[in-house]
Write a protein that binds this ligand. Structure first.
Ligand SMILES: Cc1cc2nc3c(=O)[nH]c(=O)nc-3n(C[C@H](O)[C@H](O)[C@H](O)COP(=O)(O)OP(=O)(O)OC[C@H]3O[C@@H](n4cnc5c(N)ncnc54)[C@H](O)[C@@H]3O)c2cc1C
Length: 458
């Protein structure tokens, strides 16, 4: 039996494995998928998780529940030696395993791009994983609790200051969603006022949302500023150390929550630990049919797609263009991977990848959004409805669609859930201290759960 190994069970990997399960005949191939998580993350919902509009677990699609004929290995692929058809995997229990395969499918996605700015590794939280979204939500909610105990002043404002670095879709969406959450939270905190809350969006370019044209991009800036946010364009963070943001403009302020959304970096396994061909950005070179290599030099038995691959964009009039890293492409590439792998196994013709963009849509917080398809631009409530409608249809499996929808519907009647779960980082505290979950906690451990995890690990 052909042994197919899929590295990464996100959009592209999950859809490839799902498609293979539907198409493969019994005994035709044996499929193994390696991913450190037991689930695929529906990343477009992460900004709404930070704002408490979607339950964290509802954005995760269980691999074992939906991939019943695939062998799932919980682990991190550390290197791929395609010449010897071997992948090395560090399983989640720390063991090292060598997996021998016939065909490899590389769908490990991208990582958050970072820069060597002082304070980033200690202070910033990315937004690619559900754990990060939950930590952001809990940190903001806990900051409100703590700020309400303080008199008006510098420390109270610092706690309620949020900085988002990166004006792409991720940065703008999380900024809009958190601004919406913070504004609505003020109703539950009579001790606090709008002046205590301070939001900064920072981008090194002179505009945000490169995926939309200039006018809607400017509209989004005006819209966010109209809601009290500060948008710093053509600006870089030069330091984030010790809870203080220093900008390239010379401005500086105390900061409570720092979210880093400055774009994609290449996956280290793909960029550095494989003998497959990679381009100058650290992406696997693939042909239009998603086989690794080029038209003149194809690498046999190797396929790749999604954010870790440089896929030719046949829909673009620009010669040499590659598909942009987004879910629209990753899903379709994953489905095509399954079709092409099966066709190849049966000695049939494989198809090239061709997809014309369906447009872009972003949430800017409850009731607000932006949509663009070619020259058609829709702003405000209708765009937000389109965002929700599109994504609830796009999240894989009916079970997840229904769960997400039910939470949205219940929020219409009861509002969003504003209870933080930061104390789950210290599950034994209440039990050891006679019921007080905060006993013995220093400030950071409770209000900044991601820091306490780092401390526990060290
Ligand atoms: C906050 C946010 C909002 C977004 N919103 C939108 C949107 O509205 N519309 C849109 O089109 N796109 C959106 N995107 C982009 C979209 O989510 C990505 O383009 C898409 O997830 C890429 O799919 P992928 O399969 O390539 O990678 P991923 O979905 O990231 O999956 C990669 C998988 O590989 C696993 N992995 C990584 N390294 C290894 C390894 N070494 N070994 C084994 N497994 C590994 C990871 O655990 C992960 O499960 C958004 C992204 C983010 C972060």
């Amino acid at each position: 039996m052909e042994k197919i190994l899929i590295v990464g069970g996100g959009y592209a990997g999950f859809y490839a494995a799902w498609g293979l399960e539907k198409k493969l005949r019994r005994g035709e191939a044996d499929v193994t998928l390696v991913d450190p998580h037991g689930y695929m993350t529906y990343q477009p919902f992460l900004p709404e998780v930070t704002a408490g509009s979607i339950e964290a677990r509802h954005v995760m699609v269980s691999l074992r529940r939906h991939l019943r004929r695939t062998t799932i290995i919980a682990g991190h692929t550390t290197s791929i030696d395609h010449a010897h058809r071997t992948a090395t995997v560090r399983t989640n229990d720390g063991a090292i395993r060598e997996i021998v395969y016939d065909t490899i499918v590389v769908t490990a996605g991208a990582v958050t791009r970072t820069f060597p700015v002082p304070g980033i590794s200690e202070e910033a939280i990315g937004l690619k994983h559900v754990e990060e979204a939950v930590a952001i939500r809990d940190q903001l909610l806990t900051a409100f609790d703590r700020a309400a105990l303080l008199p008006p002043g510098v420390e109270r404002r610092r706690l309620l200051t949020v900085t988002v670095v990166g004006g792409g879709f991720t940065g703008v969406e999380v900024f809009g969603e958190l601004l919406s959450l913070a504004t609505s939270l003020l109703r539950s905190y009579p001790e606090l006022s709008r002046d205590d809350v301070d939001f900064h969006l920072i981008d090194a370019n002179n505009r945000i949302l490169p995926e939309v044209t200039d006018e809607p991009g400017h509209w989004v800036v005006r819209h966010l500023e109209g809601r009290g946010g500060h948008v710093h364009l053509g600006t870089q963070v030069v330091s984030a150390a010790d809870g203080r943001i220093m900008l390239s403009t010379g401005e500086s302020y105390g900061n409570g929550l720092l979210i880093w959304a400055a774009g994609n970096g290449s996956n280290p396994v793909v960029a550095r630990n494989t003998d497959l061909p990679v381009d100058e950005r650290g992406l696997v070179r693939v042909r239009a049919d998603l086989r690794v290599g080029s038209d003149d030099a194809m690498v046999p038995h190797a396929w790749a797609a999604g954010d870790n691959a440089a896929v030719p964009d046949l829909a673009s009039p620009v010669p040499g263009a590659r598909t942009v890293p987004n879910a629209q492409h990753a899903v379709r590439q994953g489905k095509l991977l399954a079709k092409n792998l099966v066709a190849d196994l049966r000695g049939k013709k494989v198809q090239p990848y061709l997809h014309h963009s369906l447009g872009v849509v972003a949430t800017l917080g409850i009731g607000r959004g932006i949509f663009q398809y070619k020259r058609l631009v829709i702003k405000g409530f209708l765009a937000w409805l389109m965002h929700r409608g599109y994504h609830v249809l796009a999240v894989p499996t009916w079970e997840r669609k229904v769960r997400v929808l039910l939470v949205w519907v219940s929020a219409v009647f009861f509002g969003r859930d504003i209870i933080p779960l930061a104390t789950v980082q210290r599950p034994r505290a209440a039990f050891l201290a006679g019921g007080d979950p905060f006993a013995g906690a220093d400030d950071d451990a409770v209000s900044r759960p991601e820091l306490s995890v780092v401390r526990d690990a060290s």
